[in-house]
Design a protein around this ligand. Structure first.
Ligand code: NAP
Length: 267
């Protein structure tokens, strides 16, 4: 049954810094209790204490390395068994700026394990209970590189294209089951992401870079407005809708018994 007065608990991955920490702040102020997940216990504790003091919400912290199978399984169990969790923010992620051929393939695999595998497993753990309860929200933090992989490291872009495609598919499958889904596609956002990726945000053209506060506030406004895909910096949503229309216009011809005439093959 939907409880209209209590929003329930939001589990946020990668909540120890940057975008995830701002989601924690904003959702606590919206009345959510929180489960904050990341590796850095000290940072999680400091944030949890501040949010409890300022909002009075209950804030639980769970340290986990979402690149490690056993830790992912622990969070999956939490999502499956705690029916108070109404919202999952799949935010933990890492990027890279090095071109494909200059990147270490083991690092690329670790990125896929965090950005793709952990996000998928946590989504699989959360969704069945939400469907059963007829309510819930999944917010997946993708990136604009999901549709422009040429801008940064290609594996990073591909990992975010996965997040976008998965969210699209969840939207399709969950439309009539009471579960809201949203893919957020931030452009460059001022966080430690850029230091970890090897290119501090200060080195970017400053008119590209949004604050994490503005990014999250815009994304939550997009969620409130019912957007499934939110690009916080995109001035005109008609541009996104045109992109979607061009994509769906391909559907009738994506699978046919005969090759296209321009190839000059077939009967
Ligand atoms: P950030 O400040 O570096 O935050 C990344 C978060 O992920 C941290 O809380 C970090 O916490 C956590 N994390 C990293 N590795 C982890 C692991 N193995 N297990 C568990 N948690 C892990 O960067 P951010 O910009 O806020 O990034 C958040 C999301 O936004 C990412 O998915 C990123 O791809 C996406 N994004 C960022 C930008 C941007 O320009 N900043 C643009 C588009 C999309 P611990 O180190 O404590 O584990």
């Amino acid at each position: 049954m939907t409880n209209t007065t209590q929003p329930g608990t939001a589990l946020i991955t990668g909540a120890s810094s940057g975008i995830g920490a701002i989601y924690a702040d904003r959702l606590a102020r919206r009345g959510y209790d929180l489960v904050l997940v990341a590796r850095n216990r000290e940072r999680l504790e400091t944030l949890a204490q501040r949010l409890t003091d300022e909002t009075g919400r209950s804030v639980e912290i769970v340290t986990a390395d979402l690149g490690a199978e056993a830790d992912v399984h622990r969070i999956e169990t939490l999502l499956r068994t705690d029916a108070s969790i109404t919202t999952l923010v799949n935010n933990a992620g890492v990027g890279a700026v090095a071109p494909l051929l200059a990147s270490d393939v083991d690092k690329m695999q670790s990125m896929i394990e965090l950005n793709v595998v952990a996000l998928t497993r946590l989504t699989y753990a959360a969704v069945p209970g939400m469907v059963e309860r007829g309510t819930g929200t999944i917010i997946n933090i993708a990136s604009v590189v999901a549709i422009s992989p040429e801008l940064l490291n290609g594996v990073y872009g591909a990992s975010k294209a996965f997040v976008l495609a998965l969210t699209r598919s969840l939207k399709h499958e969950l439309a009539d089951k009471g579960v809201r889904v949203q893919a957020v596609l931030p452009g460059a956002t001022r966080t430690e992401f850029w230091d970890v990726a090897g290119q501090p945000a200060d080195n970017l053209p400053q008119d590209w870079v949004m604050s994490a506060d503005d990014m999250v506030d815009a994304a939550l406004a997009g969620l409130d407005q019912g957007e499934v895909f939110t690009v916080p910096s995109l001035p005109d949503v008609a541009d996104w809708n045109a992109y979607e229309s061009a994509r769906t216009a391909l559907f009738p011809n994506l699978s046919r018994s005969a090759p296209a005439a321009r190839f000059g093959v077939g009967a």
